[in-house]
Design a protein around this ligand. Structure first.
Ligand SMILES: Nc1ncnc2c1ncn2[C@@H]1O[C@H](COP(=O)(O)OP(=O)(O)OP(=O)(O)O)[C@@H](O)[C@H]1O
Length: 289
């Protein structure tokens, strides 16, 4: 049994819910509640990531997508709810168990920069040297295979400063799959990429997922590109899932939420302004902030 959030008279409460583990689901989130100070980021959020799929999590800026990835990887602890990854509730693991589980999750975060003083080869070798006792010749073979998978075996001796942005992201991807994770989490992998790089990364995400039997969670603002490679999409807003379905289902969905988000419309249920007092009142207030 675990706790699940409920809104009652504007107060976030929690109730007990039972988890329902299903083998086809790799990540099962139930009743997730998470606050940042006074701000409720997630409130009673349910979400499933099925094994073998590329599942995208989309939503307006600041809605909590990166936070969700951090909760799944146990970097943040929820206020209530369960997050099961491969049957284990990450909210209840001790640090050694969490460490073992995290080794099975590859991450490609926006800030996941390469180590600038190490070559491409050594960047990819790094997790293998840190986390395994493999011989140098086995590390070499694995690094070359991972670099081959991202098309950069020939770039092994380059330093990060000699790579384009798209190449750097592909090296980071090779590093993320070095330990053969069961799952890979991508946070805005396409940001700042030209169309060719973006196309390469999209194809790579799909290919790696299918060829390596991975499960992928993809957080992205790039709706069209994401929809073209994802099997299933979640749209989250104000702490909850407001829409979900296959790309075809969401393309056919007429609800205001889905249309605003999928079609990038400036007007709709999502407002441009962060909540604030009335502008005229605010301007009349004394003070220096
Ligand atoms: N360390 C922090 N301390 C306090 N608030 C934070 C912190 N990190 C994020 N937040 C807040 O949590 C909310 C969710 O942030 P998050 O980065 O998860 O959003 P996001 O959906 O990934 O946004 P974007 O699409 O712009 O990257 C935001 O309102 C943000 O201001």
């Amino acid at each position: 049994m675990t706790q699940q959030g409920l809104e009652s008279d504007g107060v976030l409460e929690c109730r007990d819910v039972a988890g329902d583990a299903r083998p086809e689901v790799l990540v099962e989130i139930r009743g997730l509640c998470f606050r940042r100070g006074e701000r409720v980021i997630f409130e009673d959020l349910d979400l499933d990531i099925r094994r073998g799929t590329v599942t995208a999590v989309m939503g307006p800026s600041g809605t909590g997508k990166t936070t969700l990835l951090k909760l799944i990887t146990g970097q943040l602890h929820p206020d209530a709810g369960t997050i099961r990854v491969d049957g284990q509730d990450v909210t209840r693991l001790d640090s050694a168990e969490l460490y073992r589980l995290r080794r099975r999750m590859g991450m490609l975060f926006q800030s996941g920069a390469l180590l600038t003083d190490l070559s491409v080869f050594d960047n990819v070798a790094y997790p293998l040297r840190e986390h395994t006792n493999l011989s140098a010749s086995m590390v070499r073979k694995l690094v070359l295979l991972k670099l081959e998978a991202v098309g950069l075996r020939g770039a092994r001796d380059l330093m990060p400063s000699q790579l384009s942005g798209g190449m750097a992201r592909r090296v980071a991807l090779a590093r993320a799959i070095a330990l053969d994770p069961m799952m890979i989490l991508y946070d805005e992998p396409f940001t700042g990429q030209d169309p060719i790089s973006m196309g390469m990364l999209m194809a790579l995400i799909r290919q790696l997922n299918d060829a390596s039997g991975l499960t992928s969670i993809l957080v992205s603002h790039d709706v069209r590109e994401t929809a073209s490679i994802a099997d299933y999409l979640y749209v989250i807003f104000e702490g909850r899932v407001v829409a979900q379905g296959t790309p075809d289902e969401l393309a056919a969905d007429r609800s205001e939420w889905v249309r605003q988000f999928m079609d990038g419309l400036p007007d709709g249920p999502v407002h441009f302004h962060y909540p604030a007092p009335d502008l005229a009142d605010d301007l009349l207030l004394r003070g220096d902030r």
